[in-house]
Ligand binder design. Sequence first.
Ligand code: DGL
Length: 269
Amino acid sequence: MPSDFPIGVIDSGAGGLSVLKKIQELMPNEELIYLADSYFAPYGPRSERVIKNRCFENMGFLNLQHVKAVVLACNTATAAAVKALREEFDIPIIGMEPAIKPAADLTRTGVIGVLATEGTLDSEKFMDLQSLYRDRVEIITKACPGLVDEIEKLELDQGEIVKLVTEYTEAFLERGGDTLVLGCTHYALIADIISEIVGPEVVVVDTGMAVAKELKRRLRADDLNSDSKEKSRISFFTSGNVEDQQILLSRYWGEDIPVLHYLNFLLTI
Ligand code: DGL
């Protein structure tokens, strides 16, 4: 596989941009393809079967773009599908999971919190992860229905986001938690709001950079790091409405970006 082939990054919507930013920061010379499966967002309340199907569909598209590696920049998709995808596709597939280990190392009060989607928290993968640390720390998990929908709204309603985050972090704060894991890439997009609500005593843990570093390590191990000296291109695709996604993804990316519809794109090749 040529090392100048692109890397695919997938999420249900805008959340994976929080990971894409870190990948670009760490490896500016890698060509990247971002896939927002916006038509099917949020993944959180969907069944494992549906999420798996979507992941295979998305991988199929990236395969046609000859990606050399894929990052599932989505905790929910990773929990539902990473194992099956790795069995099917013979390229490095980097998944993500809530950062319980770093949080367990960081906490001083012995109480950590995990905010994630229903899909992630209900998954077998998460149960297994949690059981490794249950003896060491108290883990307060909280599913956050409605939060991804708010983050994906074209008109951001900050008041509603503050209301939801306040509600979802209440039990964690009441128990004296001091380390809060953002177990959904969408939540990293509003990390400032979350930090403000939980206060300066609480460390908010996001896994974007750790995933970017893991990707770099995997590419190096397979001799797939690009040796280009140029800053590379990023292409953005969505399964949702292009005009809307252009506004939404540009807001979180921090600059105007062109977005293409990947189902239409598939019809043209
Ligand atoms: N951003 C995703 C995650 O990390 C999924 C959010 C959703 O679509 O519900 O879990």
